[in-house]
Design a protein around this ligand. Structure first.
Ligand code: HSE
Length: 416
């Protein structure tokens, strides 16, 4: 019998309690032993909840109970969760979490403590919700040099963009729906402004390259400036707009890493990843391209990944799994001014489609897109470096006020 405690009885924590009870027999058959949920830590009262007799308010009870082998941290954030995780690891308990903020910011230190105390620190649910991505990246794709990882890493923003595209909803109404469905973070700014996706692409990069990339090093842009006009124009040009997290290794071992909305062709596999689903593409030098797909947020889907880690921690209670990263990788991060890509522009243009003036700025004919409102014009440039984009944008802005600009993903045309 393995006894566990859950810290935080919110969406994910309550999902873990529910699912671990529901699938107790399946889990017992896998492990040849039972998992018993002994405590749930939360400062709130849950009077009519089936788990109410397990709720406690004092973390030291968990820390000092030698029966507790695995602590499930689903508090979120990097304050109390950090303190309790550290204490649990130092007390020789395995810790499992879905907390990407904590893993992305303090993962290196927590992994070091876990190593020193000979316990496991697992966080499969921190990226892609239910999707198995970290374990496959580490194990199944372990023979590869990882050249590139990119994908839709945030369920809330993907839900919002999908509802804008398919139901013509405003950004605000789509956000309200996502919050009601329990997808959004407590503070939705982390989703909308790309911070949540940034933490996830950092964790993927950390694991792929074995070094810690600080989230502050990652240029991060969210979706709050995306308008229904951009969505409509993109659709007319056979593109969809998706928020992507990307990390791409150059020949010299440096990496481009960023989070930003992108126009992607509607026949790209990520274009059909809709609603709260996430899709992640990994390109390795021998496996080529592998895609992972599933629900990126939500109570039970996320609990599925958390419980899998609990099972793994119990299986590796004697001989811990060596997993993670160490040391800083911040000097690997290359300047995005050197990255080559195409860019979509929507500009104010009284003569709708003054292609000659635009071609002069860009030294090439840009691809016009249909569907811009009267007095506006939309186009896509050819690929060029970030530095050239900035120079051209400054010239463009002098003649035609720029209303929006969004990167274009075209890995066929893009070169590093
Ligand atoms: N708020 C996150 C998302 C939850 O929407 O993807 C899962 O990490």
């Amino acid at each position: 019998m393995a006894k566990i405690a859950i810290l935080g009885f919110g969406t994910v924590g309550s999902g873990v309690a529910e699912a671990i009870t529901k699938n107790a027999e399946i889990i017992q058959n896998k492990l040849s032993e039972k998992i018993e949920l002994k405590y749930i830590l939360d400062i709130r009262e849950f009077p009519n909840n089936p788990f109410s007799e397990k709720i406690i308010k004092d973390f030291s009870i968990i820390q000092n109970d030698p029966e507790i082998e695995v602590v499930v941290e689903t508090i979120g954030g990097a304050k109390i969760a950090y303190e309790f995780t550290k204490k649990a690891l130092l007390s020789g308990k395995h810790v499992v979490t879905s907390n990407k903020e904590l893993v992305a910011t303090h993962g290196e230190e927590l992994l070091r403590i876990a190593r020193e105390k000979n316990v496991n620190y697992f966080f499969e649910a921190s990226v892609g919700g239910t999707i198995p991505i970290l374990t496959p990246l580490e194990s199944c794709l372990g023979a590869n040099k990882i050249e590139e990882i990119y994908g839709i890493l945030n369920g809330t923003t993907n839900y919002i963009l999908t509802r804008m595209i398919k139901a013509n909803l405003s950004f605000e109404d789509a956000l309200k729906e996502a919050q009601a469905l329990g997808y959004a973070e407590q503070d939705p700014t982390a989703d909308i402004e790309g911070h949540d996706a940034c933490r996830k692409i950092c964790i993927l990069a950390d694991l792929a390259y074995g070094k810690n990339i600080s989230p502050e090093k990652v240029q991060t842009e969210g979706i709050s400036n995306i308008t229904l006009d951009d969505v409509t124009i993109a659709e007319a040009g056979r593109y969809v707009i998706k928020l992507l997290g990307r990390v791409k290794m150059r020949e010299d071992g440096k990496i481009f890493i960023l989070v930003a909305p992108h126009l992607i062709k509607n026949d790209h596999p990520l274009a059909v990843v809709n609603d709260v689903f996430n899709g992640i593409l990994v390109r390795g030098n021998i496996c080529e391209e592998v895609m992972f797909y599933g629900k990126g947020a939500g109570k039970l889907p996320t609990a599925s990944a958390v419980i899998a880690d609990v099972i793994d921690a119990v299986r590796h209670r004697e001989k811990r799994k060596d997993y993670g990263w160490s040391g800083s990788g911040d000097d690997m991060v290359a300047d995005l001014s050197e990255m080559v890509y195409s860019m979509y522009y929507r500009i104010s243009d009284r003569h709708s489609g003054d292609c000659k003036a635009i071609s002069e700025i860009y030294d090439h004919k840009c691809l016009s897109l249909e569907g811009a409102p009267d007095g506006e014009y939309a186009f896509v440039t050819k690929p060029m470096s970030g530095k050239e984009h900035e120079e051209k944008a400054a010239l463009l802005q002098k003649k035609f006020p720029i209303l929006s600009r969004i990167r274009v993903l075209d890995d066929q045309r893009e070169s590093v």
